[in-house]
Ligand binder design. Structure first.
Ligand SMILES: [Fe+2]
Length: 329
């Protein structure tokens, strides 16, 4: 339901959004998640992921406080009203003789799917598939998920932070950059209906392979949807790649998720690499949470830009063309 904090935005309403890591949904317990101002209950019915309104139609109690019974139905914790996987009311214990129920006893349910280890939900009628992350699907890929990272910032500000490498030597000193090597050389940029792609980015890294040896590395960034982006390090067969999906809970409250895929360094554990990503994100969060305005300005005159910000500028122009309103100003 659109609110003051969450106006209706048809582009995001009809897109897919990550709401959870699939393994985090237990068979007997629902999980409460927030998306575009809606509060949803996420649960499993015989393995299938269900997303429904997190509000019992009887007295408005959160169904996510309830449980999943042996029939794979969600049971309200207040009066034990039950609902099946398509949201139909199936049982009212206080009135057990009634076996057929009016439509207003049913729940609103939403489209779901699992991809790249994440649960994706669309509140509307998705016009595109979940964005492609080819490195995750490669046969030799070693993959893991990171998040949730809860951030008090608009989702487009978080996407822009992900593709901004000029902050690496300062915000991520020692991890992703060195203040003695802050220059961002010119790079190739292309814009199409599929989004924005920046290639031939060469940047100095203090320890790119974890061996302690500093060198210049080559990056590729793509913004594939208004709130999804990819990063790839390495141009040849060896790759280290990250997929970022940002969930807009409200206009200035978001959740970031990372899907990480690589086909080398199998001796380094996923947990070790996840800790590294957690540390990087912990450095980014105070930066993006402090940005004012919180919503991303699409009028290019409103902020000052560096020449190397051409990817961010292209992103703002693209969002403006698409007519994205949620999280922008
Ligand atoms: Fe950063």
């Amino acid at each position: 339901m659109p609110t003051e904090n969450s106006p209706y935005d048809p582009i995001l309403y009809d897109d897919w959004h990550v709401v959870a890591i699939a393994d985090h949904i237990k068979p007997d317990r629902p999980l409460q998640v927030k998306l575009l101002g809606e509060t949803l209950s996420l649960w499993r019915s015989h393995g299938k992921i269900i997303a429904c309104q997190d509000r019992c139609p009887h007295r408005g109690v959160a169904l996510s406080l309830g449980e999943i019974d042996e029939k794979g139905e969600i049971v309200c914790p207040y009066h034990a009203m039950s609902f099946n996987k398509v949201g139909q009311c199936t049982r009212i214990p206080a009135d057990s003789k009634v076996t057929s129920f009016p439509k207003n006893a049913n729940l609103q349910t939403y489209k779901t799917q699992i991809k790249y280890g994440f649960v994706w939900v669309s509140l509307g009628e998705p016009v595109q598939e979940v964005p492609l992350f080819p490195e995750w699907l490669q046969e030799d890929a070693i993959t893991f998920e990171c998040g949730p990272y809860f951030i008090n910032a608009s989702a487009p500000r978080i996407i822009e932070n992900f593709v901004d490498i000029a902050h690496f030597p300062f915000t991520h000193r020692g991890l992703l950059g060195d203040p003695a090597h802050p220059e961002v050389s010119d790079y190739s940029l292309s814009v199409s209906d599929e989004g924005i792609s920046a290639s031939d980015i060469h940047f100095y890294q203090p320890n790119p392979e974890g061996t302690g040896e500093a060198k210049s590395v080559s990056y590729l960034y793509k913004i594939v949807r208004p709130l999804s982006a990819c990063f790839r390090k390495g141009e040849a067969e060896q790759f280290f790649s990250i997929f970022l999906a940002v969930t807009p809970m409200e206009e200035t409250k978001s959740v970031a998720w990372l899907g990480v895929s690589r086909n080398y360094s199998s001796e380094v554990s996923n947990d070790e690499l996840r800790t590294f990503q957690d540390d990087v994100m912990a450095q980014d969060v105070p930066m993006v949470e402090s940005q004012r305005p919180q919503k991303l300005p699409l009028n290019l005159q409103q902020e000052f830009h560096f020449p190397c910000d051409k990817m961010s500028i292209a992103y703002r122009k693209w969002l403006n063309q698409l007519g994205l309103q949620f999280g922008t100003c």
